[in-house]
Design a protein. Structure first.
Length: 240
């Protein structure tokens, strides 16, 4: 089984894969994907979240959703979370710090993460370079927060290693657009395998990138199973 914890639904304003989520998932044997609405991430969270809710209402149960949270529109975000999380078609939240102009260490993101921790809502956060250390600090400050460092901080993956080692409620996923040789080997050697997830960034990026990174690192069978699905199933409680 494979669970993709970092995927998207809807067209991009720049080049992405010109095909449906399910077609991409079938191509690579991905059983379940948790998606955010591209419209919600890049433009209008409220409209995008509602469009995704309408889609998921009739979509196969292989697709689950993230409620996209804009840290500068928390009243709107709280309304969407309280409306959509109880449906169980939405199982977490997504915060993109760049598109919202809200650095992870900002008070707006702190307030958003506090709300999400209070709701016991797993949260995927866009991280890049040293920003993952700020996310780790939020995890330390908020005992109920469970956060995923999207992209594993990209070129700052060594900061992601340090961040994950500082808090066992911070998870890493390697949706790098290009994975340099040896990166994932370092992660596997240093991070508790219970904190590793599989994310692809589809349909913006072809899942071949992430799957190739993981295959080249040759995790043990037990670790591979944890990354592929078991950790995600535990975190999101998405497998009955």
């Amino acid at each position: 089984m494979i669970i993709d914890v970092h995927a998207h639904w809807g067209p991009w304003f720049f080049t992405g894969l010109d095909t449906s989520n399910l077609t991409v998932m079938d191509r690579y044997g991905i059983d379940l994907a948790i998606v955010s609405a591209t419209e919600a991430v890049t433009y209008d969270p409220a409209a995008g979240n509602r469009a995704l809710a309408r889609f998921l209402a009739t979509a196969p149960d292989r697709l689950l959703g993230y409620v996209t949270v804009h840290p500068r529109r928390l009243d709107e975000a709280e309304r969407d979370l309280r409306e959509f999380l109880p449906t169980r078609r939405f199982v977490g939240a997504k915060i993109h710090t760049d598109y919202t102009g809200s650095p992870i260490k900002s008070p707006q993101v702190r307030d958003a993460l506090t709300m999400l921790a209070d709701l016991d809502c797993p949260t995927l956060v866009h991280t890049w370079d040293t920003s993952v250390l700020d996310l780790a600090q939020h995890c330390a400050d908020l005992p109920r927060l469970r956060a995923i460092a999207g992209h594993m901080a990209a070129g700052g993956y060594r900061h992601a290693i340090a961040a994950a080692r500082s808090c066992d409620r911070l998870y890493l996923e390697p949706s790098w657009s290009h994975g340099l040789a040896g990166r994932m080997d370092e992660v596997l050697a240093a991070v508790d395998p219970r904190q590793l997830l599989l994310g692809t960034d589809a349909t913006l990026i072809d899942p071949a990138a992430t799957l190739g990174i993981l295959a080249a690192a040759r995790p043990t069978p037990e670790t591979a199973e944890r990354i592929a699905w078991r950790n995600a199933a535990d975190l999101f409680r998405c497998i009955e």
